[in-house]
Write a protein that binds this ligand. Structure first.
Ligand SMILES: O=C(O)CCC(=O)C(=O)O
Length: 433
């Protein structure tokens, strides 16, 4: 792809958008989100948060849920769900649905999904508590109880009396009931990588803490969303080992390339690969404590990590409400369709491969354009070249050659002089002829 594919003016306009959204809508002076100490009225929530697509943290809105006291007892959880079968996501490192080097080739990243197993809740909870050694054979295995398919209302149905069915002020403001309610039980190893969802999310922490790093949808170019080959972990209970296999047939998943917490060794490399993330405005950050609810607006990019309670568990329930596919969504799609890339912000091997493919396409089109050039009448060449989206070097050289030939044919003497002068200049300055 040509580095000049996007004009400087467009780049500046996009960068201006990041600032303007913060100034006009999100509050530019702080990278913290609003904290409401009591639940908002539906009108206030709609006017101040849903409409402007602005996150907020709400305290004292779920104090009446029995879950807050009951779920601190592991005995209660195991007893209530003694006959429930639940989905467990297993990974070697707590990073499901995230980018991972494929085998030993660290430059080739894949999008890795967890190995998912169904098992009795008491066994599953034990796996979370003893996550780093759940195979019992000394190899790493991190278990995360989660399934984003309304699991709280089916797999965990026996706990449903401990929380409200919905968040009343949110349901009224949004004009609907939740589409899905999910339960999350994890430990400090489980991390959810940057992504966005097409839902209005009310995320309640019951035990432990969750830390969110947030970026608004307008910052989409700072996430370096690229296509990664989809891969799946396979876990063997016998050996306690994970295998990461590419999915067959091969398919690609568009995913955010940025990790807000790279290792010390990765930091320098990431800073040069993802300059828009590191040089742009700081992300918003919020820690959601037990008893608090985060309003995470639709389409916001979020990265989630957790700090467990004294048992080593973090427990949360979230309510996904349908978002409105309105003008904001249309604007977002438009923004996302504008490619913000050049060689200098190439983030990964995949990106380089993509650019290489685009360069190959340039070469192919240059050959085609070159052939088309031959068909043109004299005098039409310049216009033809100017109409090309990326006038390629080969085409320009061909055009020059044609012009020299024409000069040579029409004005044999002056044409000869021009060619001799060019040759002399090239020889003097060591250029190629
Ligand atoms: O709690 C987590 O690990 C992730 C939550 C999340 O991504 C969501 O609710 O959309």
């Amino acid at each position: 792809m040509c580095p000049e594919a996007m004009s400087t003016a467009t780049k500046l306009a996009i960068e201006n958008l990041w600032e303007e959204v913060r100034e006009l809508s999100l509050g530019s002076t702080t990278y913290q989100i609003d904290h409401l100490t009591s639940p908002p009225t539906p009108l206030q929530f709609l006017r101040d948060y849903i409409s402007p697509n602005k996150p907020c943290l709400i305290s004292n809105s779920v104090n009446h849920w029995p879950a807050l006291s009951r779920w601190s007892s592991t005995h209660y959880l195991k007893k209530t769900l003694s006959s429930s079968t639940v989905s467990v996501h297993l990974t070697p490192n707590g990073r499901a649905d995230s980018l991972t080097p494929h085998r030993d080739n660290s430059s080739s990243l894949v999008f890795a999904s967890a190995h998912v197993e169904k098992m009795p809740f008491p066994v599953a909870l034990e796996m979370v508590s003893q996550s780093d050694t759940c195979s019992g054979k000394g190899s790493n295995c991190v278990a995360y109880l989660q399934e984003q398919n309304d699991c709280f209302r089916n797999e965990y149905f026996d706990l449903s009396q401990d929380c409200d069915d919905h968040i009343p002020w949110a349901s009224e403001a949004l004009g609907c009931l939740p589409e899905a309610v999910n339960l999350w039980i994890g430990n400090e190893f489980s991390v959810t990588s940057f992504h966005k969802d097409h839902y209005e999310n009310l995320y309640a922490v019951i035990s432990g803490e969750k830390h969110f790093v947030l970026l608004p949808p307008t910052d989409v170019h700072r996430m370096y969303i690229r296509e990664y080959p989809s891969a799946q972990y396979h876990y063997s209970r016998d050996t306690g080992d994970f295998k990461l296999e590419l999915k067959e047939p091969k398919r690609y998943v568009p995913w955010c390339s940025v990790d807000p917490y790279p290792s010390f060794e990765e930091k320098g490399r990431d800073m040069s690969r993802f300059p828009l993330y590191y040089k742009g405005p700081k992300p918003f950050e919020v820690t959601v404590k037990a008893g608090q609810v985060l309003y995470l607006p639709s389409m916001w990019f979020h990265h989630v990590s957790q700090r467990p309670d004294s048992r080593g568990l973090t427990v949360a329930v979230n309510y996904w409400y349908d978002m409105r596919f309105d003008i904001k969504y249309a604007y977002f799609n438009f923004l996302q369709s504008i490619k913000y890339s050049s060689r200098s912000d190439s983030p990964s091997h995949q990106q380089e491969t993509l650019e290489q493919q685009e360069d190959d396409l340039d070469v192919i089109s240059s050959v085609q354009n070159g052939a088309a050039l031959e068909q043109l009448n004299d005098g039409e060449e310049e216009q033809f070249i100017n109409r090309l989206p990326h006038p390629c070097k080969a085409c320009q050289m061909k055009l020059q050659r044609r012009l020299y030939m024409r000069i040579g044919l029409k004005f044999p003497v002056s044409g000869l002089i021009v060619l001799l002068m060019r040759k002399t200049v090239l020889i003097m300055f060591g250029g190629e002829i």
